[in-house]
Design a protein. Sequence first.
Length: 361
Amino acid sequence: MSKNSLLLLACVLVSTGCRDEDPPPADAGAILGDGGAPLDCAGLLACAAGCPDDACADACVARTTPDGVSRASALVACAEREGCGDDSSCLEARCAAEIATCTGGAPSELDCEALLECAGACADDACADACVARATPEGVGEASALLECVEREGCGDDSSCIEARCPREVAACLDVPIEPGGDGGVPTDPFPVRIVGTTRDDTTALGRVLDSSSNGTTVFVRDDAAGEAAGYPIGIVAFYRLESITYRATLSGTSPGCTYSADFTETFTSPDPFETNLMIERAAGSDGLHGYGFAIGLDVLHPDGETIVCDLTGTTTDDFGASHRVVHGIDEPRTDLRTFTGTYVQGDGVRTMTWDLRAAD
């Protein structure tokens, strides 16, 4: 075990001694207290922290139990292997297990805030990985959610952007409530992270009794970065891309002598956000509500997907467009940012679009 490394470790890990302005003790005997009890690993570090020279450090080692020397040697070896020198953050991140073994405790578990502080002091991925290994599952989950939000919103290291666009993730990591900004506060972002629910498209064909409908399970997710990339004014609106939708498109009806039927279930994941999205005005009106608009227009053509049974011609097939189209302008109805519901009737009752969406965050 290197005495120089031992002395350096003792200076870093023990709060006493090791400052240039502190007068060195008279001799090793004064530090060791001749005839005192054997030292464990933590005692060895405390003893060495008061030493002015190698002879004193040797005396500390001589007084230490074999187990204490072994544990201190493991800690010194880790510090040398990781190249920590006198960097206490490096030691705590990369040699946490050896420090805990020496001091008789368990490595401290890091919450989200401590994990970010630990990783922020790292110079490479190995150090950051060591920080993650020390973190609680909750800490890792909260930190991951925050980093995903930062990447999704394109904030980089812009703290203002992070606070404005990821307030819930910041609040979860720091374990503070979401409240108006100020000293220690997290700026409020009232817009939900996800909006989920159902959308429905019903059409009645003219000239025959024929109804087609599609009932969708719809999930929108906040993604201002995607909106900005698509050319939308995210300074004015909060942007949501359609993360997923599953809808069942059916057709049934009759005409003289014939019946018609079709039934298909379609699933889309992350369609083009330029064409399929939801936007909410950032500024509330005098009524305290926000205007919002969305557009869903998804079609799958099924050749021979419609079955036609006629008295004279028997059974034939035709193409069937499994369509789901629901649109809403930005004006009415408005939303309290928790509930998004409405009905839009198009073409003198030929087409009716309804939606029932709720904030889910």
